[in-house]
Structures are given as C-alpha cells and as structure tokens.
Design a protein around this ligand. Structure first.
Ligand SMILES: Cc1cc2nc3c(=O)[nH]c(=O)nc-3n(C[C@H](O)[C@H](O)[C@H](O)COP(=O)(O)O)c2cc1C
Length: 416
C-alpha cells in the first residue's frame, strides 16, 4: 500500500510503528544502541515530555486550502522544515544504510547529514545519493587527522560542516556494556543468540557486507585508524576529545569555506560564542538525551538561543521530535528547522530507503495536517500566537512573528 505521495506505508502510520518494526528486526544490542539514552534516561524522556507540555492554539475559519511547509535554509529552498541529523549507525541498521538514508533525503528534498562514524565513505554517498549533503565532524585529539576529513568533505562537495561539541568525554551507556558492545567485542552466549535470532538482519546486513569485502568499518577514518566494528565500542570510535575549545571553531572557520554549524549548544552564551567564532548556525541539541542525563529539554532551551542569535545565524534544534506537531512547535518558537535523529534510523532499519522515506513522509503529512488544524497557511507564518505554553493560563496576544521566527532567507543565510 502506498501513501499519498507514492511512498509505501509499510504498515507504519506513525514513527512509533517504525520504531516497533526496527525493534523486531535488529538484534537487541544494536536496537538499544540506537534507541536508548544514557544513565537513567531522564534527559531522553524529558525531551519528549517537554514537547508534550507545549500546546498549539488553533484558529478557525482561516481558509487553509493552501498550506506550504517549504523553507529557505542557507540560501536553498527545501521541501520541508526538517534535516536528517548525523547518526553513525545507519550502515549497521541496513546494508549501506547511509546511502539508503541519503537517497531518501534527496528524494524528499531535505539535507542529509553524514556522521564521522559512518560505515560508508563520504565520497560514495556524494556520488550515489546526491542531494544536499552536510558532513558532521567529531574532532579527534590529533586535529590534523580531522582537518584531512574536512578537506575530503570539501572536495566531495558537502555543503555544510556540522561540528559536534557536546561530547568532550564519553557518556555513560550501561546497556552497551550489558549487551557486550565493548572493546573488544565480547562474544557472549547472550549476544550470539541475540544475533542468531535475527536472521533477516544477519543475512540482509552482515552477510552482505562479508560477501562484498568484509565487516563494516569506519570508512571515513584515515586508513591507519579504520577499525572493524568488532574492535571498538559502537559509537565510541574516538569521538571524544576533552581538549576541544573555541579556538577549534575558529580554526574550522578558517579552513571550511562553506556553511559552518556548531551542534550541541545548550546555553545562549555558547550560541553567541559560536556565532562570534564564525559559525553560520547552531543546533540546540542534547544529542537526543544520549550524553548528559541532567540536560534540560532542548525545546526549553530553544527560546533563549533564538533570542541570543536568531537574527544573525540559523538556529536548528533536535532531540525528541517524533511528530509533525513537535516540529511545528519548534518553528513557532523561532527555530529555522528541526533535525531528526532516531526516527529516520527506525525507518532505515525497517526497509532501507523506502523506510527512511516513509519516516520523512510521516513528518510531512503530520506537519501539513497540523498547519491546517491550527489555521496556518505556511510555516513562515508560525509564531508565538500559535503557542499555548504550560505557564500561560490565557490566550497569548496576537504577536506578529519576528524575522527570526520566520526562518527568513536573510536570517538563515547570515554569518561568515
Ligand atoms: C544511534 C545514534 C547515533 C548518533 N550518532 C551521532 C554522531 O555520530 N554525531 C552526532 O553529532 N550526533 C549523533 N547522534 C545524535 C543525533 O545527531 C541527534 O542529535 C539526536 O539523535 C536527536 O534526537 P532524536 O534521536 O530524539 O531525534 C546520534 C544519535 C543516535 C540515536
């Protein structure tokens, strides 16, 4: 069965349906790596809870026959106000999952952000998927190696560099230890049985890699650092660097000629610093609740960051956005667009490109529906007048949305 735009529904009618299929298809260790947070998973839950506390205030009789969710981001028109965020494990969820996910993004007219820790070389993704590509960078302690990666991304035509700054030390993820995702990979009775009980994944993903040259590697690492997934903890992959500092943003600004985005901002002063150091944009992110478990929900941090830099830089937000309504709330609060992490990964794990397209389609349909239901003709109209915040006990006055809340080309393309 196909959805309205010809994308197969895959019997998934919301992101949670895709999550449930991914849970069944993937070995527990891999599913938990994708799905879970860290420590007690308070931040992960709070991201969702805070979004649920915010309400949208409908206006009626507004003739919403025409509804437009396209936006202009960094000078480019895109079909909807979301971006595929960096998640280094699409290539484990599906054979060559990064290519599948990037193709889905290109087909749906939105950018795809490729993670440093991907299993596919960035040049291959650029060649085979096309579309608007961004590259996410973890800065290794040996900075020269990271700078080489930046040069490769530049030469391969990536349009934005996303510098992730929220993980200076490794987060605590106890479930990875329990599941045996540690250095070196521990073949326990439990995880061998776990893999054996997921033959579709074993044959459809791992065996296909074995037949085409061996177990997946971190293909973007310099040759001498490329390591098979069985030799490092998943996701760790030398991502942490406690010596990161603002000079690193300045250095990246000097060597990266296109848009520079700092991801993992949770304080208005840090947003200001990032832009002062030359960033064109920031991502308000707590890494989907996967790093600091006492981090505030990003939707609650967003207004202060919009206030601080929204007029001179692009403000993106992620962490916990599972519904189109969540995206609409963030835009009404002044975000220019929303990054999606787990949702497109659940889709990729379900059916490769088709699953990722279904995930994106679900957001598109939901955003469209919500715009209609609140009496809004397009995301450029969204503003505080559409919000009912938890602390409001009366309808907010009609406030004309600010330029920052619009995601106007002027605001979205500013910066060095
Ligand atoms: C499995 C997984 C891997 C991730 N890997 C990276 C990464 O390599 N680099 C990065 O900046 N963020 C990474 N993230 C964080 C996402 O980019 C994003 O900030 C987060 O997933 C957003 O929250 P959401 O999953 O609730 O949408 C990862 C997230 C997940 C779930």
């Amino acid at each position: 069965m196909s959805g309205p735009a010809g994308v197969p529904t895959l019997d998934a009618y919301c992101v949670e349906d895709l999550r449930e299929t991914a849970r069944r298809r993937l070995p527990k260790g891999l599913f938990e790596f994708i799905d879970r947070g860290n420590d007690d998973e308070i931040a992960m839950r709070e991201n969702l809870a805070a979004l649920a506390r915010i309400k949208l205030r409908p206006r009626v009789l507004a003739d919403v026959t025409e509804r437009d969710q396209s936006i202009e981001l960094f000078g480019r028109r895109q079909q909807m106000p979301v971006i595929i965020g960096p998640t280094g494990s699409a290539g484990l969820a599906w054979y060559q999952g990064e290519i599948e996910l990037a193709k889905a993004a290109a087909a749906q007219g939105i950018p795809y952000t490729m993670a440093t820790g991907s299993m596919t070389a960035m040049e291959r993704v650029a060649e085979e998927a096309g579309g608007t590509l961004w590259f996410q960078l973890y800065l290794w302690p040996e900075r020269e190696l990271s700078f080489k990666l930046v040069e490769r991304a530049r030469d391969a035509g990536f349009e934005a560099l996303v510098f992730t700054v929220d993980t200076p030390v490794a987060p605590g993820r106890e479930y990875n230890l329990r599941n045996g995702f540690v250095i070196p990979f521990r073949f326990t009775h439990r995880n061998v049985v776990d893999v054996a009980m997921h033959p579709r994944w074993l044959f459809g993903v791992i065996c296909r890699y074995l037949l085409s040259g061996g177990l997946p590697r971190y293909e973007n690492f310099p040759a001498h650092m490329q390591t098979r997934i069985t030799a490092l903890p998943m996701g760790r992959s030398m991502a942490t660097n406690p010596s990161m500092c603002w000079d690193d943003v300045r250095a990246l600004r000097r060597i990266w000629p296109r848009k520079l985005i700092v991801k993992g901002i949770q304080h208005a002063d840090d947003a200001r610093m990032a832009v002062d150091c030359g960033a064109d944009g920031v991502v308000v992110s707590n890494h989907g609740g996967r790093v600091l478990d006492s981090a505030p929900a990003t939707i609650e941090t967003l207004p202060s960051v919009v206030e601080a830099v929204g007029r001179r830089a692009t403000v993106l937000v992620d962490s916990g956005f599972r519904r189109g309504a969540d995206v609409v709330k963030a835009l009404a609060m002044g975000a220019h667009a929303v990054m999606l992490g787990r949702a497109p990964l659940y889709g990729t794990a379900t059916a490769g490109q088709a699953g990722a397209m279904r995930a994106i389609q679900l957001y598109r349909d939901e955003i469209d529906r919500v715009l209609g239901l609140i009496g809004c003709h397009g995301v450029s109209e969204l503003g505080p007048q559409h919000l009912a915040m938890p602390w409001d006990d009366k309808a907010p006055a009609t406030v004309p949305p600010t330029a920052a809340a619009h995601g106007t080309p002027a605001a979205a393309t500013s910066g060095a």
